[in-house]
Design a protein. Structure first.
Lengths: 484, 166
């Protein structure tokens, strides 16, 4: 029996996030609309303090609340990703909210609460707790996707996401029910040996349903069809959040189930294999023919989910899954930094109402806004996996882990897909630097300092971790070891 | 056939019929009424399993409070009959057969898995045991649910608010 105070310390980041979300909601009606920037500032502060509050679970690792939640190096690592993503998205969207005349209060509160849900998913040791975390992040995402209420595209995105997402949630919940029927508990870490074959059959079915629910949330093929429409219709900063935080948290939950439930590895291996290959091809091939940059990045994020699934398949394939788990965690860091940066640049360069998000609109950006063009090129090159960037090392670790566990075919397909992807990433860079500007002049808006700061952090991170990955990969390896 | 199984079959048939009618009805009010049938038959199933507290909650909260809200919303929106769109060919010729196959497969595996299971000894879980479990061991997810509801409330506010006139 641990002290309640220690339990509170272990969920300190979530407490901070929820407290700040409520503070922002209380202040929103009081603060005059013209000064809603204050709410963004408070929320950025909240996300920052939550990031700092990960010190507490680091100091008191262990199980909390009768073992339903666990603070360990793994959950800590995922907390850094999701809290960091929330910090950067809120900071980077400040000017966007003003430009589009959207309320900052609810926007920031929803992001903070969603992030708390993601943090809970990262540490959950029990399926119902994980489910509530998942729903916190999902429901907030549905609302955020349709946040621009007067834009039909945004409404459509929210509606599609909500309907399909609820369907996936039903799968996940049914999976939990079968899991409970088989093992008599929803705990992941205290799996009792199963009584007989019938229980094993039920467990397998449960895990199958859970897999479908999780695969939907990370937009892995063949459950990815919602992603392009939602990513395109949602306000760009929301897309930046959707494609990073919830994905990282859902992958974390999948890894946790893989590590704790012994039966999951052999059962999920082929499912992960097939989903990885399908996602890589579906994402990359569809991205080739897109004309909208937002849509292209959406398909590219499906492909990246495929690369991470390769790492998960590696973790499921062998008894020492550490290399695969560490590779997945490292990939998620690099991917989050780059994806966030790219979507925030799209939000800025798209101009009022995000009207200029076609790839041809980006022609000649290098002349109009050289710094933005340079940043976007860096992020695209990192997504492509060019050396010196963090994307290269992410792919390298996944590739290496796949080779070490003798998944030669997966490794080959991963390499092949990286080559396919080069075409559409480079097309954007070529458009920015070499093509002539479109006929009608697109006014270059000044870049607000908040966005500059975010892009500076993201690009510095991309290059710095790309050059000196030792600390991050070291911690990822520690997190992977710490899980079992 | 024991009486329990007979009652179960009747309730289960009611639940499924209600759910199918919920989807097929054209008028939202009729759909809402079908949903009440589903809720009440589910409550009966819970009672059959010995979960009297859950059964009572199901009737009071779902069959009562939530359904009243549904009906209110339908009345306030003054929602008329739905217009039918043509079901896409893809859904009709690929989706429906695949869905039926999936359903049969799941039914088959569950039937196979549970045929060997010994029926659990009839045990009544008292409301006191339930609350002990809920407020001791599962207090963390219980408290989290309040934030989940807060998010949903916030969402309703964001999406339904009238545009400021300023």
């Amino acid at each position: 029996m641990s002290l309640p105070l220690q339990d509170l310390c272990r969920v300190a980041p979530e407490i901070v996030l929820c407290a700040f979300a409520m503070l922002v909601m209380l202040l929103a009606p009081i603060v005059p609309r013209a000064r809603h920037g204050i709410l963004s500032t408070i929320s950025v502060l909240g996300a920052g303090i939550a990031l700092a509050a990960t010190r507490f679970p680091a100091m008191y690792p262990g199980a909390a609340y009768s073992g339903l939640f666990r603070a360990d190096a793994f959950s800590l690592f995922v907390h850094w990703i999701v809290c960091g993503a929330a910090f950067l998205v809120i900071l980077g969207s400040t000017s966007y909210l003003q430009r589009e005349d959207l309320d900052a209060g609810e926007f920031c509160a929803l992001i903070l609460l969603a992030t708390a849900g993601m943090g809970i998913m990262a540490g959950a040791q029990e399926l119902l707790t994980a489910f509530i975390g998942l729903e916190m992040s999902s429901i907030a995402s549905y609302i955020l996707a349709s946040y621009k209420r007067d834009a039909p595209r945004s409404n459509e995105a929210g509606m599609k996401y909500f309907l399909l997402g609820s369907f996936a949630t039903a799968f996940f919940l049914y999976g939990i029910a079968l899991f409970f029927g088989a093992s008599g508990s929803t705990r992941l870490d205290m799996m009792t040996p199963l009584a007989n074959d019938s229980a094993r059959t039920l467990l397998k079915m449960g895990l199958g349903f859970i897999f479908v629910g999780l695969a939907f949330k990370v937009a892995a093929a063949p459950f990815h069809l919602w992603a392009p429409d939602v990513y395109e219709g949602a306000p760009a900063p929301v897309t930046a959040l959707l494609s990073t935080g919830p994905k990282a948290a859902t992958f974390a939950l999948a890894l946790r189930i893989l590590a704790d439930v012994g039966a999951a590895s052999p059962l999920w291996f082929w499912a992960l294999w097939v989903a990885a290959v399908l996602s890589m091809f579906a994402g990359n091939l569809a991205a080739l023919v897109q004309t909208s940059l937002k849509r292209m990045l959406a398909y590219s994020s499906v492909a990246h989910a495929g690369y991470i699934l390769v790492a998960l398949a590696t973790a499921a394939a062998t008894d020492h899954a550490e290399a695969g788990i560490a590779a997945a965690l490292f990939y998620l860091v690099g991917y989050a930094l780059v994806q966030l940066g790219a979507f925030l640049i799209v939000a800025q360069l798209g101009g009022p109402g995000e009207r200029h998000v076609e790839i041809e609109d980006f022609a000649g950006v290098a002349r109009r806004q050289p710094a933005m063009a340079a940043c976007l090129s860096l992020f695209l090159l990192s997504l492509l996996g060019l050396p010196v960037t963090v994307g290269f090392l992410g792919k390298f670790y996944v590739f290496n882990a796949a080779l070490e566990s003798n998944l030669i075919w997966l490794a080959i397909l991963l390499g092949l897909n990286s080559v396919i992807a080069a075409y559409y990433y480079l097309r954007v860079i070529v458009a920015m630097y070499m093509l002539r500007e479109p006929e009608q002049e697109i006014a270059a808006e000044p870049v607000p300092w908040t966005l500059s700061l975010v892009l500076w952090i993201a690009s510095m991170g991309t290059v710095y971790i790309g050059l000196f990955p030792a600390r991050v990969i070291g911690f990822a390896a520690k997190a992977a070891l710490n899980m079992r | 056939m024991t009486p329990q199984i007979a009652v179960f079959l009747v309730l289960a048939a009611m639940a499924v019929a209600g759910a199918v009618s919920l989807i097929l009805q054209r008028h939202p009010i009729h759909s809402a009424l079908s949903l009440i049938v589903v809720m009440v038959s589910l409550a009966g199933l819970y009672l059959l399993l010995g979960a009297e507290f859950i059964a009572a909650v199901q009737i009071i909260v779902y069959g009562g409070a939530i359904m009243v809200l549904f009906v209110f919303v339908i009345m306030l929106l003054n929602a008329g009959e739905e217009e039918r769109t043509n079901v896409s060919r893809m859904a009709r010729f690929v989706g429906v057969p695949l869905g039926v196959m999936f359903l049969l497969e799941v039914a088959y595996w569950i039937a196979r898995a549970t045929s060997h299971l010994a029926p659990p000894a009839a045990q009544l879980v008292s409301t006191r045991d339930l609350s002990t479990l809920l407020f001791r061991e599962y207090v963390f997810p219980f408290e989290l649910t309040s934030f989940l509801i807060l998010i949903a409330l916030l969402g309703a506010l964001v999406l339904a608010r009238r545009e400021d006139s300023d």
